[in-house]
Design a protein. Structure first.
Length: 213
């Protein structure tokens, strides 16, 4: 899953949210490096990625893509799932996507959190806030735009994401979209169970009042 899903699945705890964002930027066990709830959010991020990689619906979505894109099929499904989540966001959250975009970055970038960001993570978070990245995940060109950008950043990525392969990816999107609701329901159940079981091992994460836009 990509940024929007990770932040949504982090719930109402700000430190868990921060850990969910940092999961792409920190490596290793991180035991004692940051507050317990932030480290729990990092572990949750990794658990979500592992669960997604192994889920049969996600495997089917990857197989729906052309054979020449199998190596990057996980990237495609992550981007596509975030887009379909954005398109139906109010089915999964009481805020509108625009409200969630604003409140998520306000929560992430609280002054008390800044020391816990690696430099690259902080600059990325600030750039995403300024660009309204979560809100723009619903844009009709989001998938093509994101994959083209990734293709420019990855070594050899342009051979996977280019003007010839994007139409092939688009042809598989209806199948991926149809698969998303059932998969995301399973994922939310997994996250609820994971947090409950992890709390038993590390102590409860203090609940905070829901944030409204």
């Amino acid at each position: 899953m990509n940024h929007l899903a990770h932040l949504l699945l982090s719930g109402n705890n700000d430190q868990l949210l921060l850990g969910g964002f940092l999961g792409d930027f920190v490596k290793g066990l991180q035991i004692g490096v940051r507050p317990v709830a932030i480290e729990q959010g990092i572990r949750l991020h990794r658990a979500i990625d592992a669960y997604t990689d192994q889920h049969p619906s996600v495997t089917a979505c990857r197989l729906a893509l052309p054979n020449n894109l199998r190596r990057v099929s996980g990237i495609v499904t992550d981007i596509a799932f975030d887009h379909f989540l954005a398109k139906s966001f109010t089915r999964y959250h009481p805020q509108s996507l625009q409200q969630f975009d604003q409140s998520a970055f306000e929560r992430l970038l609280k002054p008390k959190h800044l020391d816990f960001f690696p430099e690259q993570a902080l600059s990325t978070c600030q750039r995403m806030r300024d660009f309204k990245s979560l809100f723009r995940t619903q844009d009709e060109d989001f998938i093509a735009r994101s994959l083209t950008h990734i293709g420019r950043r990855l070594r050899g990525g342009e051979r996977f994401f280019n003007s010839e392969t994007i139409p092939e990816i688009n042809a598989a999107l209806p199948f991926i979209q149809a698969s998303f609701p059932e998969f995301f329901a399973c994922l939310r159940g997994f996250v609820d169970n994971w947090i409950t079981n992890d709390d038993r091992a590390t102590g409860p994460v203090a609940n905070e009042a829901p944030h409204r836009g």
